[in-house]
Every structure is written in structure tokens, then in C-alpha cells.
Write a protein that binds this ligand. Structure first.
Ligand SMILES: [Fe+2]
Ligand SMILES: [Fe+2]
Length: 167
């Protein structure tokens, strides 16, 4: 591993913890506003981001390098609406996808093939996460302010099952 790639991966560990923290803050807002299904969904997503951070953490250690954990920024705590929550989640996923692409590009330039293999998993994961959140945003736009439909959608989000731990 080169110092540049190591630095980028260490920063990505913090970015994943930051995403986890941000989803947790969104979960708190939703719970407070009685969207308990959405809150459950977001809490689960927070746990997934935590697992992503640990995946990179373990990768750095497996390559016999040092993990450097930097401070995690404070996430947003105020949202305009439930749609706003998921729109911001989508923006967050898009920016994470770009970050992953950038690190992959860097690993390619520096010929760190093990990092490229590890990052491949993240590239695939980002495609899935962006798609999922984009669909949720679209559905919130469809139901608009219709209370019965909003409750249905919230209930549906609450039915999310935890994914089996990714190998
Ligand atoms: Fe992630
Ligand atoms: Fe994500």
C-alpha cells in the first residue's frame, strides 16, 4: 500500500462512520416526528455504514498498516420534512460513490491492486444503496402529503430486515 492510498482509505473509514452518524441523526428526527418505520430503516442503514467502516478498518490492519481515526463531524439534526431526510440521504450516497470512485482511481494509478479488489465491493454496494434510496425518494414524491399513503410507506420502510453480514 502506498501512503497516498493508505491516507485515502483512512479518510474513507471516517466518511463511513460519518455516514453512519448522519443516518442515526436522521433516525432520531424521524422517530421524534413519529415516522417510526422510517426511523427503523435509517437506524438499520446506520448499522450498515458502521459495518462498512469496519470493513475498511479490517482491510488496513490486514495489510499490516496503521488505522488513524479522525474526528467524525456533527451530522445535521434539523430537517424540513420526511422527504427532505431521504433527499439528503440520497445526496450523501452520491457523494460517497464519488469518493469511492476517486480512491479506486488513485489505487489504480498507484498500482495498489489489493485496495482495488477491496474497493470493488464498495463500488457495487454504492450502486445498490443509491438505487434503494432513489426509489424511496421517488415514492415519497408520489404520495406527497396524503396522510394515509405516508403511513403506508412508513410502515413499509419499517418492515426492512437486517441483511446477513457481508463476507
Ligand atoms: Fe457506506
Ligand atoms: Fe451508504
Amino acid at each position: 500500500m502506498t501512503p497516498k492510498v493508505l491516507g485515502a482509505i483512512n479518510r474513507q473509514i471516517v466518511a463511513e462512520f460519518s455516514a453512519s452518524y448522519s443516518y442515526l441523526s436522521m433516525a432520531a428526527w424521524c422517530e421524534h416526528h413519529k415516522f417510526t418505520g422510517a426511523s427503523r430503516w435509517l437506524r438499520m442503514q446506520s448499522a450498515e455504514e458502521h459495518a462498512h467502516a469496519l470493513r475498511l478498518f479490517d482491510f488496513v490492519l490486514a495489510r499490516d498498516h496503521k488505522v488513524v481515526l479522525e474526528p467524525v463531524p456533527q451530522p445535521a439534526t434539523e430537517f424540513d420534512s420526511i422527504v427532505d431526510v431521504f433527499e439528503r440521504a440520497l445526496a450523501q450516497e452520491r457523494s460517497v460513490s464519488e469518493q469511492i470512485d476517486d480512491i479506486y482511481h488513485l489505487a489504480f494509478q498507484e498500482k495498489v491492486f489489493a485496495a482495488m479488489a477491496e474497493l470493488q465491493w464498495f463500488i457495487t454496494e454504492q450502486v445498490e444503496e443509491e438505487k434503494t434510496v432513489r426509489e424511496i425518494v421517488a415514492r415519497f414524491h408520489m404520495v406527497k402529503d396524503d396522510p394515509a399513503s405516508l403511513l403506508d410507506l412508513d410502515r413499509e420502510l419499517g418492515a426492512r430486515q437486517p441483511e446477513p453480514a457481508a463476507g
